[in-house]
Design a binder for this molecule. Structure first.
Ligand SMILES: [Zn+2]
Ligand SMILES: [Zn+2]
Length: 95
């Protein structure tokens, strides 16, 4: 035994782990959680394949387009709120 320590005590070295406990192969393309090869779903977006988690596949389908839909919905909500504010101000100014 010359200076080599075996099993220094569970040092992962900062490697991410999947929710199932296996060593992660990479992050989900949508929610960035670490995923192993068994838990990821490969999805085709344009010419490039993405790996997403099963929760994201169930939530948004196999496309990343729902992120844009959410942004549009958010913009529409902001416009509605602005319109309501303008109406309220007009009503208030009239007395
Ligand atoms: Zn995900
Ligand atoms: Zn896993």
């Amino acid at each position: 035994m010359s200076g080599q320590l075996i099993g220094t005590g569970g040092d992962d070295g900062g490697l991410a782990r999947c929710a199932c406990g296996a060593l992660a192969a990479g992050p989900c393309a949508r929610c960035r959680v670490p995923l192993c090869g068994d838990c990821c779903v490969i999805t085709q977006h344009g010419a490039q394949p993405w790996a997403i988690c099963r929760a994201c596949e169930r939530r948004g389908g196999r496309s990343l387009r729902s992120a844009w839909a959410g942004l549009l919905l958010w913009l529409g909500g902001g416009l509605l709120a602005l319109a309501a504010l303008v109406l309220l101000l007009a009503w208030w100014a009239r007395g």
